[in-house]
Design a protein around this ligand. Structure first.
Ligand code: C2E
Ligand code: MG
Ligand code: MG
Ligand code: MG
Length: 292
């Protein structure tokens, strides 16, 4: 964020700010059309249990099917959508689509899997968030334990007491909650113990050099140990090499996610993935997650 601001300031002096403003406006208009036309797609990335390699669930990741530019990654439009509020209708669609897709896998006999959906701050803090969520589950027919919400630390920072209330309600509903990109935000360890959550996902910036950088390995080991003492499961994201998952397994990490195992893929390809590499319906892995 600081970097971005710095760049903007510099652009002010060069007059490029106008380009930036007009390209943001163009993007915003395009995004509005995309929302109205329903030009989004969800891709799913498998999460694997470290102990036996079975499928623990999937993370739903939104893509924008742009008529000229092809698939656009969320990094290119989610931040803008958060600024403009367009994230609200996008998120509504993502949530329902993810629930519907899980029901579809179940109906096809492929298994009952849990889907992780990324939550935007705006969504979490909106009035009636819980009622809307309940409605989405009812309308799509997904059981609450088939859903996991990924929150970033920043979401919980604002009004921690209210956030804890909401998290408690989610837990009562049976919806799982994880902290995403753990370690990159406001990593106060004392606040973690107050949060009724089930999992933390270690950010991939710590995973990249975990086998070679002693600082990263110390941080990762510390996070895993602390999480386990608090009764939380640990997911490592961004695993690109076998030696990273070997290291993480040796240090007790519970769940793996990364290109080394599987890339995000459209539902059709996920179906094939489940049939071919993991056997249909082998893993349901819902309900309370045991902590090692
Ligand atoms: P995230 O929630 O941390 O999601 C993980 C990101 O890491 C995804 O990028 C995924 O494709 C990528 N990734 C997974 N494994 C690897 C790996 O081994 N190496 C590398 N280099 N990358 C890996 P993606 O799909 O581009 O999403 C980026 C971010 O956009 C997400 O980060 C999340 O914060 C946000 N996002 C995605 N979908 C949604 C959504 O539906 N709603 C909201 N609010 N945000 C979303
Ligand atoms: Mg995520
Ligand atoms: Mg993440
Ligand atoms: Mg991340």
């Amino acid at each position: 964020r600081a970097k971005q601001k710095g760049r903007n300031a510099w652009q002010c002096f060069t007059g490029e700010i106008n380009d930036e403003v007009s390209s943001r406006m163009a993007l915003r208009n395009d995004l509005q059309e995309a929302i109205e036309a329903g030009s989004f797609e969800l891709h799913y990335q498998p999460l694997l249990n470290a102990d036996d390699g079975s499928v623990a669930g999937f993370e739903a990741l939104v893509r924008w099917k742009h008529p000229q530019r092809g698939y656009l990654s969320p990094g290119l439009f989610i931040p803008l959508a958060e600024d403009t509020g367009q994230i609200v209708p996008i998120s509504e669609w993502v949530l329902r689509q993810a629930c519907r897709d899980m029901c579809r896998l179940d109906a096809a006999g492929l298994g009952r899997y849990r889907v992780s959906v990324n939550l935007s701050p705006l969504q979490f803090h909106r009035p009636h968030f819980l009622a809307n969520l309940q409605l989405a589950l009812e309308e799509t027919g997904l059981a609450p334990d088939g859903l996991e919400l990924e929150l970033t630390e920043g979401i919980l920072m604002n009004d921690t007491d209210a956030a804890i209330e909401t998290l408690r309600a989610l837990r009562e509903m049976g919806v799982e909650v994880s902290i995403d990109d753990f370690g990159t935000g406001y990593s106060s360890l004392s606040y973690l113990k107050q949060l009724p959550i089930g999992k933390i996902k270690i950010d991939r910036s710590f995973i990249r050099d975990v086998t070679t950088n002693p600082h990263d390995s110390a941080i990762v080991q510390g996070i895993i140990s602390m999480a386990h003492h608090l009764g939380l499961k640990v997911v490592a994201e961004g695993i690109e090499e076998a030696r990273q998952s070997d290291y993480l397994a040796a240090h007790g990490c519970d769940v793996f996610q990364g290109f080394h195992f599987a890339r995000p893929m459209p539902l059709e390809r996920l179906t094939t993935y489940l049939v071919e590499s993991h056997g249909a319906g082998t893993v349901a892995n819902r309900g309370p997650d045991p902590v090692k």
